[in-house]
Design a protein around this ligand. Sequence first.
Ligand code: HEC
Length: 111
Amino acid sequence: MRGLIALAALPLAACGHAGGASADLARQTIADHCGACHTVPGVAQARGRVGPDLRGIGKQQIIAGTLPNSRANMIRWITHAQSVSPGSVMPDIPLTAAQAQAVADYLYSLD
Ligand code: HEC
């Protein structure tokens, strides 16, 4: 049984995004700044229904119907949605670079 659990944990560890301090920073940032509007797997406080559920966002080709999905564009969108899409319900969110990077990596770690 213990062997099975260790095996099941391997893919997460190998991906390098879902664990550790960066994932903790991401979950905290998402709880504080995104959870009122978005549902995000793995973050209990993120159950919002204003914007899209962010499950599987890494597999989506376009972010918010406008930007090709890349890490740089994801960071741009989550900090400056208003300059990308003026009038969107999603506000600009004043995150530190470390917070924005951690959130992007966390979102890309979701299936
Ligand atoms: C006030 C509500 C609100 C907050 C707060 C908010 N968002 Fe959004 N978000 C939205 C809405 C509404 C959309 C859809 C906007 C659009 O397509 O123009 C959106 C779109 C997105 C998208 C694109 C989704 C897709 O399917 O293309 C991502 C990624 C995203 N938000 C991430 C975040 C993250 C990360 C945070 C926190 C740092 C956050 N949002 C905070 C409302 C919000």
